[in-house]
Design a binder for this molecule. Structure first.
Ligand code: B12
Length: 213
């Protein structure tokens, strides 16, 4: 691996946001393509962070720092990736369901999925079932991810799946759900395709669902 790519990976692991734009520019100046920088610099860094988080060696604040470091580089690479029409692993829309304002975990999932090579459309929080339906029609994603942190808003996940069914687009996507009160049993009960308990597991699951892992 070129030195600048391994520096990018290390800086993500260390959560050193400040050095990311400079290193990204250096990689571009050295003639590396945006996709190569993503695949061989950023993704190995985030992959390592995901593994450490799952092993209990890294915690949420550190993962957030790493994700922000990655974002600093992605902000520069995104337009270049779009320009060259680079094929990402897949497309995912994510949102916290209606009535729920908790978005820290969902944003973490968004950043890990981006680090895993997905084109991510984050719809934000308090997202109504109709807004999910509209987004599925507009972006034609492979995956829909829903987050809920309140036992009272978990029902909105079921309502969203129903709304997707009624709009005739349920079968065009895989649905993955998560959030502290959500369980695999609940996912089965409401007809979601997958559940993951944390952001690292979510990005791995997302890759599995699109057949990339
Ligand atoms: C921060 C917080 C808030 C903040 C949210 C800020 C924000 N921008 O997100 C504020 C202050 C706004 C808030 C408000 C409320 N909160 Co609050 N909040 C929390 C708190 C302390 C932390 C949540 C958090 O961010 N965790 C860290 C993240 C990283 O973890 P996470 O969300 O679980 O996400 C991980 C996984 O679940 C998973 N995941 C998450 N989403 C997804 C999605 C997919 C697709 C997948 C696969 C995985 C996945 O991956 C994530 C990363 O690893 C929790 C308590 C706790 N310790 O959990 C209470 C908590 C969730 N809140 C609670 C309550 C009751 C409320 C209020 C009703 C309080 C009130 N009376 O006003 C309001 C509700 C507002 C609303 N309508 O949503 C209760 C919920 C009880 C329940 N079971 O229903 C909790 C559990 C506190 C408690 N013990 O009572 N809250």
């Amino acid at each position: 691996m070129s030195e600048v790519l391994s520096k990018l990976a290390t800086s993500i692991i260390e959560g050193d946001r400040d050095v990311m734009p400079g290193l990204t520019q250096q990689a571009l100046d050295e003639g590396l393509g945006a996709k190569q920088i993503l695949d061989d610099g950023l993704m190995p860094g985030m992959d390592h962070v995901g593994k450490e988080f799952r092993a209990g060696n890294m915690f949420v604040p550190e993962v957030l720092r790493s994700a922000r470091a990655m974002q600093a580089s992605m902000d520069m690479l995104r337009p270049l990736l779009a320009e060259t029409d680079t094929k990402m692993v897949g497309k995912i829309i994510l949102g916290t369901v209606k009535g729920d304002l908790h978005d820290i975990g969902k944003s973490l999932v968004a950043m890990m999925c981006e680090g895993a090579g997905f084109d991510v459309h984050d719809l934000g929080k308090d997202v109504a079932p109709e807004a999910f339906v509209e987004a599925v029609k507009e972006y034609e994603p492979d995956l829909v991810g829903m987050s809920a942190l309140l036992t009272t808003t978990m029902r909105a996940m079921e309502q969203t799946i129903k709304a997707l069914e009624e709009a005739g687009v349920r079968d065009t996507v895989k649905i993955m759900i998560g959030g502290a009160p959500v369980t695999q049993e609940f996912a089965d009960q409401i007809g979601a395709d997958a559940y993951a308990s944390n952001a690292a597991a979510a990005s791995e699951m997302a890759r599995k669902l699109v057949g990339a892992a």
